[in-house]
Design a protein around this ligand. Structure first.
Ligand code: HEM
Length: 404
């Protein structure tokens, strides 16, 4: 019997509280018995093994990032980087990557350090706190706002836009725009058109200004390109980084020895961050669309069907990682796919790593243990950014400067 014949009938990862709480046992079953599975009648598939995930992400000609409802309706993809293929993607990425140079990332470090000290200081003022509201959510928002030159006074509005865009992205992408975002988009565009105008006249030392003045063989970014990028950074850079910080603390709670080991060896923090990224992928899955009938692990995915590429499952594949369900701080090599792979590999990876590193280096000297409170919201491991709130008990150090 071929795998195509052996496919289980229909399967859903959504709307199942047990899977939302902990999808990893289900992923393990999928990898073992149905590595390519059809999810419901709507032309959606899920792929769970590491090699198949990698094969899809590396083959952008067969597995397109133009997945939106518009494209399936025969309309052109809206300009974006993450949801476009070459040549639109190549041009945008060529221009944007200039503003994500190591120098631009390093320029953020003092600001990130200052935010972390302020936020961690307040978070550790008492032994009970909401980690999301106190650190994991505001830090990435502040960093993106800083990169786009959004002033402190505008931060609350910026956060409101960010929430609204992220909340509605699924509907906008898969169902088509329902008009709910028109008002937010208009406010957002007006604000950023004014900022762009100011930056054109007087450059500043931030990412947006770098983009405004960036040039390459492909030319300058148009005003519309720049607005698309501002929106993309809000979407791509916020919730995912929140998820990484939340997941780091989740690991500290589940594996208390990690806290003591990292307190003793802070130079292991970057390795621990890679292992957190592998162990709990902040962005559990991405989508692709088959541009032709395509075979994956013996199963034919019909043209125009969409594929849920399970990054979180690939990261626990026993064919790729030894003892995949163990958290091994200094795991080497650690070829996780939490930042994707291929032409869409996350442009913000160095920034996310730097933010997490500074956050943990600031937090760890102040705590000897952390425990997630029992009454907290469910793990929400499949939602980018994780839970909306995460109450933690912190065992505080009296004198953080006493740490080596
Ligand atoms: C832990 C935090 C993060 C994770 C887990 C993450 C994950 C990812 C993944 C998986 C992709 C590829 C999606 C695909 O192939 O369909 C991606 C793309 C992208 N990410 Fe991130 N991301 C993070 C943080 C950031 C940050 C901080 C920024 C920017 C400020 C950012 C900007 C981008 C951009 C611009 C792309 C599109 C790249 C392209 O299409 O060529 N990300 N990210």
């Amino acid at each position: 019997m071929t795998q195509a014949e052996a496919q289980p009938q229909e399967f859903s990862l959504f709307d199942n509280p047990a899977i939302a709480e902990n999808p990893y046992p289900v992923f393990a079953t999928m990898r073992a018995s149905s590595p390519v599975v059809r999810m419901g009648p709507l032309g959606l598939w899920a792929v769970s093994r590491y090699d198949d995930v990698l094969g899809i992400l590396r083959n952008h000609e067969t597995f397109s990032s133009e997945v939106s409802a518009d494209v399936l309706a025969g309309e052109p993809a809206r300009p974006s980087m993450i949801f476009n293929d070459p040549p639109v993607h190549t041009r945008l990425r060529g221009l944007i990557s200039k503003a994500f140079t190591p120098r631009m990332i390093e320029l953020q470090r003092p600001a990130v350090q200052a935010y972390c000290e302020r936020l961690v200081g307040t978070l550790c003022a008492s032994s009970e706190a909401d980690l999301v509201a106190g650190l994991a959510y505001p830090l990435p928002v502040m960093v993106i706002a800083n990169m786009l030159g959004v002033g402190d006074g505008d931060l609350a509005t910026f956060k409101r836009w960010s929430d609204a865009i992220i909340e509605n992205i699924g509907t906008a992408l898969f169902v088509g725009d329902d008009g709910r975002m028109d008002e937010i988009n208009a406010e957002f565009d007006a604000y950023f058109r004014a900022r762009l105008d100011k930056l054109r006249r007087k450059p500043e030392d931030n990412l947006l200004s770098g983009l405004v003045h960036a040039e390459s063989e492909e030319g300058r970014l148009s005003e519309d390109d720049l607005l698309v990028i501002c929106r993309l950074l809000l979407v791509a850079g916020n919730e995912t980084t929140t998820g990484l910080i939340v997941n780091s603390v989740r690991v500290f709670s589940e594996f208390p020895h990690v806290v003591s080991e990292l307190r003793a060896r802070p130079d292991f923090i970057p390795f621990a961050i890679e292992e957190v990224l592998r162990y709990y992928a902040p962005f559990a899955a991405t989508f692709r669309r088959a541009t032709r009938d395509a075979e994956v692990a013996g199963v034919t995915i019909p043209r125009d069907d969409r594929v849920l590429v399970l990054l979180a499952s690939a990261n626990r594949d026993e064919r790729q990682f030894e003892r995949p369900d163990e958290f091994i701080i200094e795991r080497q090599p650690n070829r996780h796919v939490s930042f994707g792979m291929g032409i869409h590999f996350c442009l913000g990876a160095p920034l996310a790593r730097m933010e997490a590193e500074v956050a943990l280096r600031t937090l760890l000297p102040r705590i000897t243990a952390v425990r997630i409170a029992a009454d907290t919201e469910s793990a929400a491991l499949l939602r980018p950014g994780g839970p909306k709130a995460l109450h933690v008990h912190l065992s505080l150090v009296d004198d953080p400067s006493a740490l080596n």
